[in-house]
Ligand binder design. Structure first.
Ligand SMILES: [Zn+2]
Length: 153
């Protein structure tokens, strides 16, 4: 009865809040899973094309140049270079941070692509040589957050 009243008196309805119980689970894919397992082992892994040798980060299942399947993975770094940097004064929930957090895009020699993550410590600038700081081995879960951030090497 209440629903019928709502439908017949639409002039009073402006909006309502409800929930639709959807649940999604996505896999990381073949190359993504290998990358995440590498992080759990304390390694940054790039995919290596078996045809042209191109190294890609994050790893891809196929080479973007010759479309060959990439079945090999190679450890890169640990030292990389800060190719881009930004600072944020606002957190992920919109809150004002007590001090700005720097985020860096780190590239590795001979590798196409890179990794975006937090900068740790002071003095990290564009061009800085940095290395990932991993969580303690027992605390890693196969997540990008197995890396706490990148600090000056
Ligand atoms: Zn290739």
């Amino acid at each position: 009865m209440a629903l019928k009243e709502r439908i017949t008196s639409t002039d009073k309805i402006r909006s309502w809040t409800d929930q639709i119980p959807f649940h999604y689970e996505y896999t990381a894919g073949v190359a993504g899973e290998r990358f995440l397992r590498g992080l759990q082992e304390g390694k940054v892994l790039a995919s290596e094309c078996v045809s042209c040798g191109k190294l890609q980060l994050p790893p891809k299942a196929y080479c973007v140049d010759c479309f060959a399947q990439t079945k090999r993975y190679r450890r890169v770094g640990p030292e990389g270079t800060v190719a881009a940097l930004t600072r944020s004064s606002v957190g992920f929930e919109g809150e004002r941070l007590p001090r700005p957090q720097a985020f860096v895009y780190v590239t590795f020699e001979g590798v196409v692509g890179g990794v975006v993550h937090r900068a740790l410590g002071d003095g990290v600038e564009i061009g800085s040589k940095v290395a990932p700081r991993f969580k303690a081995q027992g605390k890693r879960t196969g997540s990008m957050l197995d890396i706490e951030g990148f600090a000056k090497a």
